[in-house]
Design a protein around this ligand. Structure first.
Ligand SMILES: C[S@@+](CC[C@H](N)C(=O)[O-])C[C@H]1O[C@@H](n2cnc3c(N)ncnc32)[C@H](O)[C@@H]1O
Ligand SMILES: [Zn+2]
Length: 387
């Protein structure tokens, strides 16, 4: 196997040469995905903002995330890197040496759940635990929750977006105990299903969660959540469980404690996503601080992701597709900015949907958005009087 030395952020990494060229990096003999650098940039910024002194990279691979946190986050005192692939950890160990952070790093060749669960009930839990598996994180949630200190942050990547975002509802049901939707807010729904699955798992262990940040791309969804011990915290998080009921016929959408079989507006058969997390997704102070850190480090894409989240919790847990409304109205697509201006004039607030490629969040009902779209249609330019 040929290795390449690369630099990501401020950190030198040792990675399989082949992973830099392949469209889908090989999983054997060791895995490294250069395209996940933005995911790791956000992670570094979040660690800096949250100020966790101890970090566990529980599925560490070649150590890209863990070694970067050891190197790039000043307040980090100790990083534990776990992977059951000894070759991966050998490279991680070398990377730690190359960056002069060996002193801060510990390496455990172990099955992740075994390493994580071994911390349960002991004074050796981590202020931050990361779970970055191939595919679904479902099987690692219990261990990760067990290893997170009271008030600490659990971060989770899920690359099974096809399940979470509604392409394979049966798989989502099996892994997360929830029904997804495949529509214009399916990434946000995927994030909320994942958060609620974490909350449910935490509740069984008498702990609650409160999300700090979340983001989504085509390939993965990512969630950061604070874990707080106690039955009361668990009950508080369960109170954020609900459904998003969406009517494909008339477009009306609502969040509710209950699954709705029929649309309350038009009576058509509705779609109901959930159970999912209908509460806040961000801790804005931490997100703003992370965004500022990312900006300072010139992590442009990460900074953009983080800034896009600031203010999102003032809006309902779904969005409207302007493109979709235009096609329902059979009119040419109008710019989102024009629709948002109209909504503002009508007294509504709106926000760029941060979790999907397009769309807007607003406190306006569907009917008002539809009206704003209709009014935003470009009219034929007036003819010059002299012509
Ligand atoms: C997606 S990669 C991690 C990538 C890494 N976090 C990064 O940012 O480069 C998943 C890693 O988990 C390891 N792995 C998978 N299942 C595991 C398990 N049950 N216990 C320990 N390691 C596991 C694999 O060997 C692989 O290195
Ligand atoms: Zn309806």
């Amino acid at each position: 196997l040929v290795y390449a030395e690369i630099v990501e952020g401020k950190t030198k990494l040792l990675v399989p040469e082949g992973s830099l060229r392949a469209a889908a990096p090989p999983t054997a003999p060791v895995f490294f995905n250069p395209a996940a650098s933005v995911n790791r940039d956000v992670s570094v910024a979040m660690a800096a903002a949250a100020g966790a002194a101890t970090f566990c990279d529980s599925l560490a691979g070649v150590g890209a995330r863990g070694v970067r946190i050891a190197k790039e986050v000043e307040g980090t005192r100790a990083v534990t890197l776990v992977d059951f692939n000894p070759l991966a950890l050998k490279l991680a160990k070398k990377a730690a040496r190359m960056n002069w952070v060996s002193r801060k790093c510990a390496f455990e060749v172990s099955e992740a759940n075994a390493a994580l669960a071994s911390r349960y009930g002991r004074d050796e839990r981590f202020e931050s635990v990361d779970v970055d598996p191939f595919g679904t994180p479902a099987r690692f949630l219990q261990g990760a929750l067990a290893a997170t200190a009271n008030g600490g942050i659990l971060s989770v990547t899920a690359t099974d977006t096809a399940a979470l975002c509604g392409v394979y509802p049966k798989v989502a049901w099996r892994r997360y105990g929830a029904v997804p939707v495949n529509n214009h807010f399916h990434h946000e729904t995927g994030i909320r299903i994942l958060v609620n699955a974490i909350s449910r798992r935490a509740a069984a262990m008498e702990a609650g969660v409160s999300p700090v940040a979340a983001h989504a791309t085509r390939h993965y969804v990512r969630v950061y959540a604070r874990v707080e011990a106690g039955a009361r915290k668990a009950d508080e998080s369960l109170a954020s469980e609900g459904y998003v009921n969406w009517c494909p016929a008339c477009g009306s959408t609502e969040a509710s404690r209950e699954r709705a079989e029929r649309c309350p507006r038009c009576g058509a058969r509705g779609k109901s996503a959930g159970p999912l997390w209908v509460g806040r997704l961000t801790e804005s102070r931490t997100v703003e601080e992370a965004a500022g850190f990312a900006e300072g480090m010139k992590f442009a894409a990460a900074a953009k992701i983080l800034w896009s989240l600031v203010g999102v919790d003032a809006f309902p847990p779904w969005s409207y597709s302007i493109e979709g409304i235009c096609s329902t109205l059979k009119v040419a697509t109008v710019p989102e900015s024009a629709v948002r201006e109209r909504l503002a004039k009508a007294g509504y607030r709106s926000f760029r949907q941060p979790f999907e490629g397009t769309g807007i969040k607003t406190d306006a009902p569907y009917s008002a958005v539809r009206e704003a779209v209709a009014e935003s249609r470009p009219t034929a330019p007036p003819r010059h009087p002299s012509q």
